[in-house]
Design a protein around this ligand. Structure first.
Ligand SMILES: *Cc1c(COP(=O)(O)O)cnc(C)c1O
Length: 421
């Protein structure tokens, strides 16, 4: 029952192991309530929001990863009881630090929030400033963050929330000259495509000046061992997104690293109200979900994940590779989103359809399918020409590869297929 209608299949699976199952096992009162609505209400249907098949990847605008069943059950269990938030923050951090082989850890509301908290921690460390002074009083103190020009990115905003000034460098000489008694931290974008200065040189020069180094590895799992590789290499702080390859809650992330800095990050975080992290709350359910997702991930292997993603990719590749004016290849980006992507290069003139029109047709069909946003572009580290359709299979639910394969083939060959075939 996997061919063609994987969407219905995955939806049933969700219902059979979702919140209702755990609810039914709880108190008699809850069991009675669950009995009147065994599956729980489908609020997507109630709100008229259409679920999608995610052949794009872990993109926030598509709500990124779906949590595995064990994580959903942990989230549901946590929802049953209140706790003292600081107790949960502390215990989850200690547990994660042991599992992820670092000194200390903090569950943040995402990698972006982890970067803000890392910045606040480094400002506090360099200046002895209390949380209520960040960002207001930062300009009058040490406030510089050093970054390679090729590592400037949209998440600079996460640091600028703390009112830091970003000093941009290109060569190692520039870098050494930029490190001064005004420097509070450095940021290294792990998946940057350029940059002259390697990780080891970067760390050595900063540490000679006593400057802590943050590394943004938000999208850089798999491989699993990246969760301890960069702290092991000497980065003082490393952030990961919780809702990408780790498949935890979308509004969770990890800040890993030095104990003194993680303690300062926590001090600048909620529940403290007079702090830059006050609006970056992680609810108890998501803290627990983040821990459960790490537990889930540590039970997986890089090889078994890779085998499954390649199998699904091959299903789609086989369905379209013989279509005239179509060439397919599988490409795995080196660092971020390090999973097989199917690149389908098409001759738009001969086929009479462009990659963007293919994406549009899949989006407007039922079920709605999202392809990778590199489709029809020449960027994002995935394509060199706008003649490519790009998709990845790691965020598909079981069986959805068959739906994507049939729909893509139908669009490329312009045959109409029934949604249930
Ligand atoms: C996705 C991403 C982030 C943000 O992660 P969130 O968990 O969504 O906050 C930050 N940095 C990089 C490099 C990313 O890819």
């Amino acid at each position: 029952m996997t061919s063609g209608n994987g969407f219905a299949l995955s939806r049933r699976r969700f219902l059979s192991c979702g919140p209702a199952a755990a609810l039914a096992a709880a108190t008699p009162l809850r069991a009675a309530a669950a009995a009147t609505s065994p599956a729980g209400e489908d609020y997507y249907a109630k709100l008229g929001v259409q679920p999608i098949i995610n052949a794009a990847g872990t993109y926030t605008y598509l709500t990124a990863a779906v949590m595995p069943p064990s994580v959903r059950r942990a989230v549901d269990q946590a929802a049953h009881h209140p706790v003292r938030l600081k107790d949960l923050q502390k215990a989850s951090g200690e547990y994660l630090a042991r599992k992820l082989r670092c000194e200390a850890a903090l569950v943040s509301s995402g990698a972006s929030a982890a970067l803000t908290l890392a910045t606040a921690a480094c400002i506090a460390k360099a200046n002895g400033l209390p949380p209520e002074s960040i960002p207001g009083a930062v300009a009058g103190h040490k406030n510089e963050v050093v970054v390679q020009k090729a590592h400037r990115y949209e998440y600079d905003h996460a640091m600028q929330l703390c009112n830091v000034a970003i000093k941009q460098v290109v060569s190692l000489g520039d870098y050494r000259a930029a490190l001064s008694d005004r420097t509070v931290m450095t940021n290294f974008f792990n998946a940057a495509e350029g940059g002259e200065i390697g990780r080891e040189e970067w760390l050595r020069a900063a540490h000679e000046h006593g400057v802590p180094c943050h590394l943004d590895a938000a999208a850089d799992v798999p491989p699993i061992e990246n969760l301890w590789k960069y702290t092991g290499m000497g980065f003082d702080l490393v952030c990961f997104s919780g809702g990408k390859g780790i498949r935890g809650p979308q509004n969770a992330g990890l800040l890993l690293g030095r104990k003194d800095l993680i303690e300062l990050a926590a001090l600048n975080d909620n529940p403290n109200s007079d702090a830059v992290g006050r609006g970056m709350k992680v609810a108890k359910e998501q803290i627990v979900g983040m821990v459960a997702a790490v537990d889930w991930l540590l039970e997986q292997s890089n090889e078994s994940m890779e085998t499954e993603f390649v199998r699904r990719t091959t299903v789609i590749q086989r369905a379209v590779e013989k279509v005239p004016f179509v060439k397919t290849r599988i490409f795995t980006p080196p660092i971020a989103n390090h999973v097989p992507h199917l690149i389908i290069d098409i001759d738009s003139k001969q086929l009479g359809i462009t990659p963007l029109q293919v994406a549009e047709q899949l989006r407007n069909g039922t079920p709605s399918i999202e392809l990778n946003p590199a489709t029809g572009t020449d960027g994002r580290g995935l394509t060199e020409t706008p003649n490519s359709i790009v998709l990845s299979t790691w965020m598909l639910e079981d069986g959805e590869e068959h739906t994507v394969a049939a729909r893509l083939r139908a669009v490329l060959t312009k045959t109409r297929i029934d949604r249930h075939t």
